[in-house]
Ligand binder design. Structure first.
Ligand SMILES: [Mg+2]
Length: 281
């Protein structure tokens, strides 16, 4: 696939992290930049094009990523790293939520607190809350699940960072998506569907719009996962660029339904800003 015409100038670039900008060494927790990634971010900075890194990871708050990416030569401006929990926090704060029950770890609670939202732990006898937010956690117990169910029975709106059934662990092993499992239990008990913030939902791009001033049609979305970044970008009307440095090859991108397919597939981020879609008039 080559660059299809796009009728809007690109005013922001949204990069996935894992498999797109960098690869994680799970032993050390350090990142190695993928070919062309550091240059692509430098090129964005040089021409004043805002660059956002949006990962679907929910383990860590955004603050975790700046130093580990910088150590790999990948510099992101403050506020320009997003996670589903950070998207949730900003969207829920914008929509007037003030007190939220969380079943999740630091990756979920820190962004809410930073957005000025009072975080209530999921526990019996908790005070009334506006919403519940489910995030990744290592351990949870029946009392916590009962507490979020009770909050929703009492009228709180249920949200989750991600409801992915599983995610990729070391050596291709599947790791259970805990927040998805809890969301299923919550809906099973309450009949209320859980609203999701992570990719491929488009809520993150509203936050990017607020951050950069670019409308979704004026964004380039760059990612290695056709079912996450590319699907999100196509739903929002963005220009979508697949890279084959992560989970699928070019055939994998091509196998998606036309309406969800990348506009362009590149072997790496080498020369990204030289692609025609980034040409200025
Ligand atoms: Mg990825």
């Amino acid at each position: 696939m080559t660059g299809a015409p796009h009728s809007h100038p690109i005013k922001a670039a949204v990069f996935d992290i894992d498999g797109t900008l960098a690869l994680l060494d799970k032993e050390t927790g350090t990142y190695a930049a993928l070919p062309g990634a550091a240059q692509a971010l430098d090129d964005c900075r040089a021409r004043g094009l805002p660059a956002v890194a949006y990962t679907n990871g929910t383990f860590f708050p955004p603050a975790h990523y700046y130093p580990v990416l910088a150590a790999a030569g990948l510099e992101l401006a403050p506020g320009h790293v997003l996670t589903p929990a950070a998207v949730a926090a900003q969207a829920l704060a914008r929509d007037g939520y003030r007190r939220i029950m969380v079943l999740g770890a630091e990756g979920t609670t820190v962004p809410l607190e930073e957005a000025g939202i009072e975080v209530i732990a999921a526990a019996r006898g908790a005070p009334p809350v506006d919403a519940v937010l489910l995030g990744w956690c290592k351990d949870f117990n029946a009392e916590q699940v009962e507490s979020v169910v009770q909050a929703v029975w009492d009228g709180a709106r249920p949200y989750a960072g991600s409801v992915a059934p599983y995610f990729a662990g070391a050596g291709g092993k599947r790791l259970l998506g805990i927040s998805g499992a809890i969301a299923a239990a919550l809906t099973n008990a309450t009949g209320v569907p859980v609203t999701v913030f992570g990719k491929p939902e488009t809520a993150g791009l509203e936050i990017v719009s607020a951050l950069t001033g670019a409308r979704p049609q004026e964004m380039a979305i760059i990612g290695d996962d056709p079912k996450l970044e590319i699907r999100m970008g196509r739903r929002a009307g963005a220009y979508c660029i697949g890279v084959t440095t992560g989970i699928v090859d070019a055939a994998g991108f091509g196998a998606q339904p036309e309406a969800e397919r990348a506009h362009q597939v590149l072997p790496s981020l080498h020369g990204l800003l030289s692609q025609p879609v980034f040409a200025r008039d």
